[in-house]
Design a protein around this ligand. Structure first.
Ligand SMILES: Cc1cc2nc3c(=O)[nH]c(=O)nc-3n(C[C@H](O)[C@H](O)[C@H](O)COP(=O)(O)OP(=O)(O)OC[C@H]3O[C@@H](n4cnc5c(N)ncnc54)[C@H](O)[C@@H]3O)c2cc1C
Length: 505
């Protein structure tokens, strides 16, 4: 008989587990009990410093204010990504992928001497000046431009823990899950914990990261491997302290190297830097050398890095029976477009938008959820691969990326079509595509993909294009003249919120 879902058990207390706990508890407002079990023995991943604009809506729904987030997580604003040395490897080879979409213009009609993103969008100019996307007086989570955050992932998990347990009533058990008791329907009846028996539930969320304790170990759901398309499998991460008052960048900077790329993320107190590489093309020593050289150019110092190993893969059926995998246990694609936390948010949206009120509905919801998740993973693979396929760099790693055998069929088809027209909703039809046509346009033009060839069906003439381009330029300049720098914004926020005693000291 169908049973009402009243007990949700989350195993794992990283970003995925705590976002899930807070979001579900806030949305269900006490009508279900939410229990989170977190092992004291297994550390969280603790990386994941780049977010997407969706995070603003998620935090607002959970009830965390923007000031709280920025102060508690050492946060700063993110307005997109700048890609350095991806197309040719030259020192002046760089382009932006901002969060604001470009105006709809035929690339052949644009001025040839201005980079595509700068000509078609006001945001790159704001980024280039290290400016915040909003004024201090604006309501929480509103901006003059679309934005997300860079933040300290460990501090985010700590903030979410406090918020979920103290304000939202989530039950928190610090104990190690040692096993699973299977239910009669092929699902999970309870999880065994080392300290105190077992915890029963109606719906189990597997947020155990790489361990994938429930979805993998217990239910045996296989993964779909994408590592023959996306080769990177290693990262070396360091944190470099920054001087008080130094500029805070408005975008993630991703700098390509001989067999991967380096991320550089600015927080008010430090920069998080990491070298991502493919072990098949670069040794660990070589990667350490690449990272050390990058760090020394910034600070003269190169601290010992932390090593992270990963594989680009996703779970074929993240929702199986009454177990839903969210976060690393559901899948991970290399961090080039920071798409992990947004996948957690989207999974939670899908769960809550169509919440199964009883166990009978779960099969339907799981089937729909899994179809959507697979579509999203496949589109992430396409979009990440695009960055590599279009490069003209000549190292073996980059040449291997251009091997047609490593390019997904759908991406290869789209690239063939885009020789005659720009990416559009015909290619990316979902209303909430993770990477809409606008994102593809930024990458294609930034990487120097040729403007579309003439077609027998001429593209519509846009007589208003010169005036649109002037408006973009004027808006960029007006924003640059009126927005505070990230540093000024964040320092003023911190000074304003400091306790009086601290101010007097
Ligand atoms: C190099 C790198 C860079 C990244 N950069 C970004 C980025 O910029 N943006 C982004 O969105 N994402 C990024 N990510 C991904 C991001 O770090 C993760 O998606 C995010 O941290 C969520 O992890 P998680 O909560 O799924 O797993 P984890 O953080 O690994 O947490 C797992 C939890 O499960 C618990 N657990 C495990 N076993 C048991 C057990 N037996 N019993 C009880 N509890 C258990 C652990 O204690 C822990 O609490 C990056 C990842 C990597 C590898």
């Amino acid at each position: 008989m169908d049973k009402a879902i009243t007990r949700i058990v989350i195993v794992g207390g990283g970003t995925a587990g705590w976002l899930a706990a807070a979001r579900i508890a806030a949305a269900t407002a006490g009508s279900v009990t939410v229990t989170l079990i977190e092992s004291p023995d297994v550390p969280t991943l603790g990386v994941g410093e780049g977010t997407w604009p969706t995070i603003r809506g998620t935090l607002e729904r959970i009830g965390i204010t923007e000031t709280e987030l920025l102060l508690a997580c050492d946060g700063s604003f993110k307005q997109g990504t700048r890609f350095d040395r991806w197309a040719t490897g030259a020192s002046d080879d760089r382009y932006y992928h901002p969060f604001v979409p470009p105006i709809d213009a035929d690339p052949a009609d644009l001025p040839g001497d201005i980079p595509y993103a700068l000509a078609t969008c006001a945001q790159p100019l704001v980024c280039a000046e290290d400016l915040a996307p909003r004024q201090r007086g604006m309501p929480d989570y509103a901006g003059a431009l679309n934005y997300a955050y860079h933040l300290d992932a460990t501090k985010l998990a700590a903030l979410l823990t406090r918020h979920a347990t103290i304000r939202l009533g989530v039950r928190h058990i610090r104990d190690h899950v040692t096993g699973v008791e299977r239910g009669g329907d092929g699902g999970i009846a309870a999880v065994h914990i080392r300290g105190s028996g077992s915890v029963a539930g109606d719906l189990f969320l597997d947020c155990t990261g790489h361990a994938a304790l429930l979805i993998g170990d217990a239910l045996g759901v296989e993964t779909v491997d994408a590592s023959s398309i996306l080769f990177n499998d290693q990262a070396l991460a360091v944190q470099l302290p920054v001087a008080p008052g130094s500029p805070v960048a408005s975008q993630t900077v991703a700098t390509a190297h001989g067999a991967g790329w380096i991320w550089d993320i600015g927080l008010p107190t430090r920069r998080g830097i990491g070298c991502v590489y493919a072990s098949a093309f670069m040794s660990d020593d070589e990667a350490e050398g690449v990272l050390a050289e990058y760090c020394r150019r910034i600070s003269g110092d190169s601290p010992a890095p932390r090593r992270l190993t990963f594989r680009s893969a996703y779970r074929s059926r993240p929702w199986t029976a009454n177990c839903l995998a969210i976060g690393q246990s559901a899948g991970f694609m290399e961090p080039l477009e920071a798409s992990a936390i947004v996948m957690i948010e989207l999974a939670l949206d899908a769960l809550l938008d169509d919440f199964a009120v009883d166990t009978g509905l779960m099969t339907i919801q799981a089937r729909r959820f899994n179809a959507l998740a697979t579509y999203r993973w496949e589109r992430i693979v396409d979009f990440l691969k695009l960055h590599y396929v279009l490069s003209r760099r000549d190292e073996p790693y980059w040449r291997a990326h251009r091997d047609p055998a490593t390019i997904p069929d759908r991406l290869a088809e789209m690239l063939a079509l885009w020789r005659y027209r720009s990416p559009s909703a015909l290619d990316l039809p979902m209303q909430d595509e993770l990477f809409p046509a606008a994102s593809y346009r930024y990458i294609l033009r930034g990487m120097g993909f040729p403007a579309p060839l003439p077609s027998p069906v001429p593209r519509p003439h846009r007589p208003d294009l010169p005036s649109q381009l002037r408006q973009i330029d004027q808006r960029g300049r007006a924003l640059a003249a009126s927005l505070p720098t990230n540093r000024a914004y964040l320092d003023a926020l911190r000074a304003e919120q400091a306790p009086l005693s601290e101010k007097r000291a």
